[in-house]
Design a protein around this ligand. Structure first.
Ligand code: SAM
Length: 275
């Protein structure tokens, strides 16, 4: 049983999320509670507030405050070629199928600072599909979207990225795709010439149509069951028949309301095909 203190804290957190929803265009009310509680707990300490109610007070009375909370509300962890076996499976099992289409649309939903997008752009270039593909890279975190457009990462991250790239079946050296200067690695800007960056929420916005591949990794994990159903419904309506959906290693469509619209294409890599 929850203690009275824990119950009040949960109520305060719910009211904070309501205030954020009322005062901004962000709706986190259907996100997984435990993880929000932990991260907003960090925000509470960072902004020297004694409780979630105090944070709520700031949200209600300071219009500039919600953007300061956004880094705590959205998790930005990512890597180039994160879970390399996923990208290897795309390379060997999905791209040969996509090659049969004259033009392609790929949606990277919840793209964070662009690591997943650049991984896909490199993959599509190496497999000769880049010139017929348009990428849509979307996220609710506009600062992350700006970083995605810039394509600049700390040089310390490159060793991990290169190792992932190699394991993902990379055909050359990752250094062919970036220039190193002043402690940063700037990725080749032509990699994103065919990308449309856009502020889009899987919670409240509508479909992007006629996609051939939707890659939405490590995002559903932060949603409750109802929101996961909504997001997967969007992917279903966005995909052409026989189009592909890739989700994160810890995620599954197993209990999803829309699961019947998909078949398992590559089970270990959580790649599904729209039936
Ligand atoms: C952990 S990152 C995943 C990044 C990348 N897809 C990967 O797997 O490495 C989760 C991303 O989902 C985004 N996100 C959270 N809620 C979202 C929503 N409602 N609509 C779109 N993106 C969302 C966050 O801003 C964050 O950039």
């Amino acid at each position: 049983m929850k203690s009275a203190g824990a119950e009040i804290e949960a109520l305060e957190l719910r009211l904070l999320l309501e205030a954020i929803h009322e005062k901004s265009r962000y709706d986190f009310r259907g996100y997984s509670f435990a993880s929000l509680k932990r991260r907003l707990g960090q925000a509470r300490d960072r902004f020297s507030c004694a409780s979630f109610s105090e944070l709520q007070h700031r949200v209600l009375h300071d219009p500039k405050f919600v953007p300061l909370l956004l880094p705590y509300l959205t998790v930005q962890v990512s890597e180039l070629f994160r879970d390399p076996s996923y990208f290897l499976a795309l390379r060997t099992q999905v791209l040969p199928h996509l090659r049969t289409y004259p033009s392609l649309k790929v949606w990277v939903a919840g793209c964070s600072a662009g690591e997943e997008l650049y991984s896909l752009a490199i993959l599509f270039r190496e497999e000769g599909l880049e010139s017929r593909t348009i990428f849509y890279a979307t996220d609710i975190n506009t600062e992350a979207l700006k970083r995605a457009e810039a394509g600049i990462y700390e040089i310390e991250r490159i060793a991990l990225f290169s190792e992932n790239y190699r394991k993902a079946g990379g055909r050359t050296s990752l250094s062919d795709y970036y220039t190193a200067a002043y402690g940063s690695a700037k990725f080749d800007q032509t990699l994103r010439h065919r990308t449309v960056f856009s502020d889009h929420s899987l919670v409240s916005d509508s479909v992007f149509a006629e996609m051939h591949l939707v890659s939405c990794r490590n995002v559903l994990i932060y949603f409750n069951r109802e929101l996961q159903d909504r997001a997967v419904g969007l992917f279903k309506d966005s995909l052409v028949r026989r189009g592909f959906l890739g989700i994160g290693a810890k995620e599954s469509l197993r209990f999803n309301k829309e699961a019947e619209a998909f078949s398992e294409y590559c089970r270990p890599e959580r790649i599904y095909q729209r039936t």
